[in-house]
Design a binder for this molecule. Structure first.
Ligand SMILES: [Zn+2]
Length: 289
């Protein structure tokens, strides 16, 4: 891990029970919500300051489904146990760059059940105690949302399409209507993902943002760099959506870790294409003993 975290937003967890290293948000840790974001490492040797790479944590197209799921379920199960949860309380998404969010009840829990969830779900919300939500990303931000008052959580995958579609707002709205959550009580964290410098986009994407969000937002969130190409700031865009949905700005954290600038440590779609992804995980435990 060679980047610096000047603002002390996250913790780099090297010595974990599972042996799998990960990053976690201090703010969410302090609120009592176990959370993590994996890296490319299967394990980490603290003495050597390096680790074995190549963890398989997400199913990739073209893989043998049964074989991949047996490896993935083992890794996710170990990580869930690190967080005081387990595979039977875990739910994974079938994300397709939508702004669709699914409400997870007691009856939906369990990895093997959740792999059958319909396609096109990019976010999950729940108020079931100890439920462990999982979304994937390799450049796309994962956004963690917790409501310590109503004991509810949300986790969404927000690539540029989900970001433009305001998926964090959809999760917050669902938590308000289903659980009586007040956004003013919520905390949110924007996970490791591609930075503005690395995220070059075509002019048509700028036009799309201007059409959907208005010119003022488009000018704020997409700037022309020296190359003449537009770059999109996914961190700022999602922070804006969270704030406009009513989450206080001092309740929002961004890791500032770019997956594409740190290709040794993270899978990056732009850098590695479809090698694999990171898992973002969040357990609904806060405020409970
Ligand atoms: Zn970058």
């Amino acid at each position: 891990m060679k980047y610096t975290d000047n603002r002390q937003v996250f913790t780099w967890n090297e010595e974990t029970q599972s042996g799998i290293p990960y990053v976690s948000f201090r703010m969410l840790d302090e609120l009592g919500y176990p959370n993590l974001y994996t890296t490319r490492y299967r394990n980490w040797d603290k003495a050597k300051g390096t680790g074995a790479k190549g963890i398989r944590i997400a199913y990739m197209k073209g893989e043998d489904v049964a074989e991949a799921r047996s490896v993935i379920s083992k890794n996710l199960g170990l990580l869930a146990e690190d967080m005081g949860s387990n595979l039977n309380h875990l739910v994974v998404t079938h994300q397709l760059h939508t702004a669709n969010v699914k409400m997870i009840g007691e009856e939906d829990l369990g990895y093997w059940k959740s792999v059958e969830i319909e396609d096109g779900i990019d976010g999950l919300v729940t108020n079931v105690p100890n439920a462990c939500l999982v979304v994937y990303g390799a450049d796309c931000p994962s956004i963690y949302i917790v409501d310590p008052v109503k004991h509810a959580i949300g986790l969404v995958h927000a690539g540029w399409k989900g970001t433009f579609g305001k998926i964090p707002e959809a999760a917050i709205a669902m938590m308000q209507s289903a659980y009586g959550s007040n956004p003013a009580d919520m905390y949110a964290a924007i996970g490791p993902s591609i930075c503005e410098d690395c995220y070059e986009m075509g002019d048509e994407i700028y036009d799309m943002l201007a059409e959907q969000w208005g010119m003022e937002d488009a000018e704020l969130l997409m700037k022309r760099h020296e190359s003449g190409k537009y770059h999109l700031d996914l961190w700022q865009a999602n922070r804006l959506t969270l704030e406009r949905a009513g989450v206080p700005s001092n309740h929002i954290e961004v890791t500032n870790i770019c997956t594409c600038c740190n290709v040794d440590d993270f899978y990056s779609y732009r850098a590695h294409k479809m090698e694999n992804e990171q898992a973002a995980m969040l357990v609904n435990r806060g405020g409970r003993t």
